[in-house]
Design a protein around this ligand. Structure first.
Ligand code: ADP
Ligand code: ASP
Ligand code: MG
Length: 475
């Protein structure tokens, strides 16, 4: 909880890939920072890499690990994209040469790392983090230099110096105690001096200085971590849509902005695929008590979403708020008539899954009672099935378990709304809407918090399912 009394408001402004994806976008983002700063607010900025850059960096690592040519061209593309942005954005020779020098250094690092990966024939998670960190590390210089040129004191701050994580490369978790000290020592003096720290999102470092990343989309988490350890009044996630919407507007163009969403609702939405906010970004904000906003960089005066406490009364008139989909899942089933009498099957099954390093996305009961069904990300499913076959060799031989199989290419469609627990008949309406569109539901799960229902459908029917349920929300 926020304890320190501070006279001035502190705002963490996080800009996503599209919001820093071109010189024009960077200008628009900087304008928002300057407007906030001019009000007397203390502002810390968190930036993502320019849109598409992290993917290109990871593509380079992948190509290099296969010993193929092509990463050299990607290095040239990345160099040119950033240098063109410098030319279009920065106006003073001093800032241009400073940022160009950084770009050259980081692209040089990219080449050296890809070369090492090529020689080894393998990209370790640690190497992938060092490579994928480079987009943010270049972008912070673009933003900081442009802010300075437009008359706003700003300083680039590497998250490696202020976010301490464990060594789980590609999904590192922060040590909040150490991070709190590092952030406060480095950032508070800047903020007090009215300088804007421009911090790399997405990354951190271990105690021994190895670069880590928080996972794809992790810049939102960076902003929430920094907001919580600095006791910020607000964290604003500036993105390319008008806040959290009733569904992904790319799937249903009639999606509308949700003015308020509770922490529980946003947790479910983010976990089940609403990319607009990283699922881990929610908890630090709940715990420290600041305000969390999602706003559109390109429509700053337009509709936006404020995340509010769960205690806010759920709306019975709007029991369904949003629908979302998480793609590229496999439905794993353990099936057998002899299973009922055998104790501890579920515990052993999930133990075996956990040992493969896989997180289960959803557990459900299919139509048959003599089965255990759950979903896992598709890339992990063959590993999971192999581990289960090993775990249950005896049961398979004794025919207590008939078979363990996976159905690839399924999608979890989740409908969220805390009002649904108070309104009877919601599941029925959802199933009817899908039935009317001839959509086949493979399995069903009701969220424990009673604010979501999740359905498994085939990938081909995913977008139609989302639109059918969305029609109930906007009706
Ligand atoms: P950023 O680069 O700013 O972090 P992301 O691409 O990670 O942006 O997230 C924003 C995108 O999330 C939007 O462009 C939109 O397509 C997608 N999205 C998915 N579900 C939702 C939703 N319910 N509301 C708003 N956007 C959503
Ligand atoms: N640039 C990183 C990614 O593309 C982090 C982020 O955008 O949040 O995953
Ligand atoms: Mg994002």
């Amino acid at each position: 909880m926020r304890g320190n009394k501070r006279m001035t408001t502190l705002s963490i402004m996080k800009f996503g890939g599209t919001s820093v994806g071109s010189a024009d976008a960077l200008r628009a983002a900087a304008l928002l920072v300057r407007a906030e700063h001019a009000k007397g607010t203390q502002v810390a900025v968190v930036v993502s890499a320019m849109s598409g850059v992290t993917n290109l960096l990871l593509d380079g690592a992948d190509i290099a690990s296969r010993g193929e040519n092509g990463w050299q061209d990607l290095a040239t593309t990345l160099q040119a994209r950033h240098a063109d942005t410098v030319a279009a954005l920065l106006t003073t020779a001093a800032e241009q040469s400073l940022v160009n020098e950084r770009i050259a250094t980081h692209i040089g690092e990219f080449r050296a790392l890809c070369h090492a990966v090529e020689v080894l024939g393998e990209a370790s998670p640690r190497a992938l983090d060092a490579i994928s960190s480079l987009g943010e590390r270049i972008c912070m210089h673009l933003m900081a230099a442009h802010l300075r040129e437009s008359g706003c004191a700003a300083e680039a701050v590497r998250a490696m110096d202020i976010i301490r994580t464990d060594a789980t490369f590609q999904a590192a978790r922060p040590d909040f105690e150490v991070t709190r000290d590092l952030c406060r020592t480095r950032l508070l003096p800047l903020l007090r001096n009215r300088s804007v720290p421009v911090i790399t999102g997405f990354i951190g470092a271990t105690a021994s200085g190895a670069i880590t990343t928080l996972g794809r989309g992790g810049s939102d988490y960076s902003a929430a971590i920094i907001g919580s350890v600095l006791d910020a009044d607000e964290v604003v996630i500036w993105t390319d849509v008008d806040g959290v919407m009733s569904t992904d507007p790319r799937i249903a163009p009639n999606a509308r902005t949700l003015p308020t969403v509770t922490f529980r609702e946003i947790s479910e939405l983010a976990f089940y695929g609403a990319k607009v906010l990283h699922p881990l970004a929610v908890r630090p904000m709940i715990e420290h008590g600041g305000t969390l906003w999602i706003r559109n960089t390109f429509n700053p005066a337009g509709p936006a979403t404020r995340i509010v406490a769960d205690s806010s009364a759920p709306s019975a008139s709007e029991p369904l708020k949003a629908v979302t989909a998480i793609k590229d899942q496999s439905l794993v089933t353990i099936e057998g008539r002899g299973m009922l009498g055998v104790q501890g099957i579920a515990a052993r099954a999930f133990g075996a899954v956990a040992r493969t390093g896989t997180s289960v996305t959803l557990i459900t009961q299919a139509s048959s009672e003599q089965s255990i069904c759950f979903t896992v990300p598709s890339p992990n499913s063959s590993r999971v099935v192999a581990a289960l076959n090993t775990e249950f060799t005896g049961e398979l031989v004794r025919k207590e378990i008939d078979r363990i199989w996976d159905r690839p290419s399924v999608v979890i469609v989740s409908v969220v709304g805390s009002g649904m627990s108070t309104v009877p008949g919601i599941p029925g309406r959802v199933f009817t809407a899908l039935g009317n569109q001839q959509i086949n539901i493979l399995a069903i799960a009701q969220g424990s918090s009673e604010c979501s229902i999740s359905l498994i459908v085939s990938t081909e029917q995913s977008d139609d399912s989302v639109r059918a349920i969305h029609a109930l929300i906007v009706a």
